[in-house]
Design a protein around this ligand. Structure first.
Ligand code: AMP
Ligand code: MG
Length: 486
């Protein structure tokens, strides 16, 4: 474990040059103080967790101090926002601070979010508020703990710097970790600005540093695109299986690594609702829960379009066609596990779909349903979850088929509880839980955000004294409207 002054840097992306990013220094925020840090994210760069308590930690991650080996840069990209092309986006309120190389030889980007204005800030102030920084911190770490690939969060640093949104709030900085901050929108930028040489440099960079296994393929670029399709299919299957709604699946928010990235008005489903829209500004529901699957495919098509300069169009189409079947296979596999099934039968997808139809708008808490289904022996569990359904006859018919399906499994009762609890979380980052933690933090008390982070870091394990975090949301907590403003 290392101290803050013992890290090794290797700024590969910065070395690509000024066509890809602009050197910008972070603008510090006043009176920096640690709100919350993630020991497991710190471990990714071999940092001793005790370092988070040092004043130097808050100074480094609030823009007051800069490592000598850092080369902070705002990256340029573009992207499709709500279906329309925006030719120039880029890091408007964030900086790629540096790339750290850990003892295992892995590179981790440190990205400072809320670091002040950059050439890409347009009308924005370059700041992030405490509220959105806490939400991103909790979500990154909670998704990771659920086994859903995500960018990670090292820490949130709060400040007394005022920021104006709908009302006056305070500025914060979040340090994000990812093995790359390259988005689909990076490729679109070089494609639409017609810079084929620079685009080639970017593609080779991603191939060399992030998809080296594809270099031996007959067509390395195509193999890389196929892998990106596969990773996204798996990622979206995990989101859908666990009820995670991203909220702003613009192509500038899609990571080239296939990880959850750029958190805005995200939400986990409370009651199951396929049409749920978590983003208050998404009038038409483009990014509703159910639409995440076709939208991911659409986003991959936008990436494919940008890659037509180096990959044959027919080959790109074939790779894109893999998305849906791969998604369906991953999703079904996850849902079988959530239902405690260990074998596969042809009718399983229909069984899942019929369950979701019965849950639809019936006030059934999506994640708690699966947890409770594994809590007791099968017949008792079915009896206990039954009360939540509006369509009791419909549920009973499903329950008969599900019970019969379980009984066709070899030895189905053995280890059922452990097997199901290992994949069905007891603790989920519900919006109202985040809201409680934010309100306390805004009043200067960080104990709640730290406790919630700890609880969510072991979502499958029952933790003593933490029953309140496993409860279904109160009525006020179910319909919180989260806007894009952050
Ligand atoms: P997002 O909604 O976070 O995906 O951001 C979309 C684009 O707007 C990105 O280019 C951001 O850098 C930029 N942006 C968002 N908020 C701000 C802000 N407060 N100041 C400057 N740029 C911002
Ligand atoms: Mg974004």
């Amino acid at each position: 474990m290392k101290a803050l002054d013992q890290l090794t840097f290797d700024n590969r992306f910065a070395r690509l040059g000024d066509a890809f990013s602009t050197q910008v220094l972070p603008e510090p925020i006043a009176d920096p103080r640690l709100v919350v840090a993630s020991a497991s994210a710190m471990a990714l760069i071999d940092l001793d967790p005790a370092q988070a308590e040092l004043p130097l930690f808050a100074e480094l991650f609030s823009g007051h101090k800069l490592w000598e080996g850092a080369d902070p840069r705002a990256m340029v990209y573009s992207g499709h926002q709500f279906g329309g092309y925006n030719p120039r986006l880029g890091d408007g309120r964030g900086l790629l601070l540096t790339e750290v190389v850990n003892d295992a030889g892995e590179h981790w980007d440190l990205h400072l979010k809320g670091a002040g204005q950059t050439p890409y800030s347009r009308m924005g102030d370059g700041r992030a508020v405490l509220r959105s920084s806490i939400r991103e911190f909790l979500a990154s770490e909670a998704l990771h703990a659920l086994g859903i690939p995500s960018s990670r969060a090292l820490c949130v640093i709060g400040s007394s710097t005022p920021v104006w949104r709908e009302t006056q709030e305070s500025a914060a900085m979040l340090t994000r970790l990812a093995q790359s901050h390259i988005r689909f929108g990076h490729f679109e930028y070089f494609y639409y600005t017609q810079q084929p040489e620079q685009q080639r440099v970017l593609i080779d960079h991603v191939l060399d540093e992030h998809y080296p296994q594809c270099k031996d393929a007959a067509q390395p670029y195509l193999a890389m695109f196929q892998t990106i399709v596969e990773r996204n299919a798996e990622l979206i299957a995990r989101w859908q299986a666990y009820g995670f709604c991203h909220g702003v699946m613009n192509t500038d928010n899609m990571s080239i690594l296939g990880i959850t990235f750029d958190f805005g008005p995200f939400a986990f489903l409370d009651d199951f609702d396929a049409n749920f829209i978590c983003n208050h500004s998404d009038d038409r529901g483009r990014y509703s829960y159910a639409n995440q699957v076709p939208i991911a495919h659409w986003n991959l098509s936008a990436l494919a379009q940008a890659l037509t300069t180096v990959i044959d169009v027919e080959a790109l189409k074939q790779a894109l066609a893999l998305f849906l079947p791969l998604y369906q296979a991953h999703y079904l596999d996850l849902m079988r596990r959530r239902l405690g099934l260990t074998t596969a039968e042809d009718e399983d997808m229909a069984l899942v779909e019929r369950l979701l139809q019965r849950m639809q708008s019936g006030g059934v808490d999506y994640n708690l349903f699966f947890r409770r289904l594994g809590d007791q022996p099968l017949a008792d569990a079915l009896q206990s979850v039954r009360d939540d359904f509006v369509d009791l006859a419909g549920f009973d018919a499903w329950a008969v088929d599900y019970q019969a399906r379980c009984e066709r499994e070899p030895n189905h009762a053995a280890g059922r509880r452990e097997r199901m609890h290992a994949v069905n979380p007891l603790y989920v980052l519900r919006n109202y839980l985040a809201q409680n933690a934010i309100e306390a933090a805004e009043a200067g008390d960080y104990t709640e955000v730290r406790r919630l982070h700890q609880v969510l870091s072991r979502p499958f394990e029952e933790q003593t004294g933490m029953q309140a975090y496993a409860a279904p949301p109160p009525a006020w907590g179910k319909h919180l409207e989260i806007s894009c403003s952050s």
